[in-house]
Design a protein. Sequence first.
Length: 256
Amino acid sequence: MNEFQIVRRKVPAVLAAQWFKNGDHPEDGSIVIRGEGVESFLSEGQIVRYFRHPNVSGDAVCPECKNRMHEHGWIGQARCNIPGGMKVCPGDWIVHYPAPRLHACNPAQFVEAFQADASGMNPGEAYEHGRREQERLSEDALKGLRQAKDSAYHERDRLVAALSKCFPSFLARHPAGDAWEDDWRNIVFVMMPTGQASWHIHDSELPLFSHLLMTSSIQWDGHTTEEKYQRLEALQSGSIFHAAMTAAVRKGGELA
């Protein structure tokens, strides 16, 4: 039976064990089976099981490693999160991710992705460290996604604010009682020659729209997001200020 080695990826530390034959994985739990007149053998591993498939002959040659299929192992779907499970070739490394999730990679892939750990941690400490590091990376990734989303919304809102200075526009509040969060109930209505357009604005972005009047008299006309952008695309080049001034004259010279 092989022993776990501590290896370190470019991100968190994980556990890995190389597998060559049944019983090699440290958690296989294989035991020697003996019987009178029968050659002793190891029971099937609990982690890496026998490769057996009704449509694949055990004498068939694996296209990846060139070994007979009967010399291969198998990791079930529940352990690797891969539909149908995963084949293990002799010499593959079984990598334990914190999920928990197992993955088999060939020696070349393993050398490319991992390096031996020199921290002095035992396998249990390394696994716990890897789990915490994975959580930290996940939190950092979520934080980065939130920042990217906030930046995209701010850029969009600056464009909407500029558009609201070209056409009659108003602020309104989305009615309470539906799925919208309270800090997202602000709506900017822009009345373009091609039709109404509206955007929900977060409370933190309201200073961009301080030039607009808050009103309850403007109602959403039922346009979809696709229709909104079709109306924007239908605007004629060079007509923005002309259309805005024309609309203002028709309303008695008042721009929102």
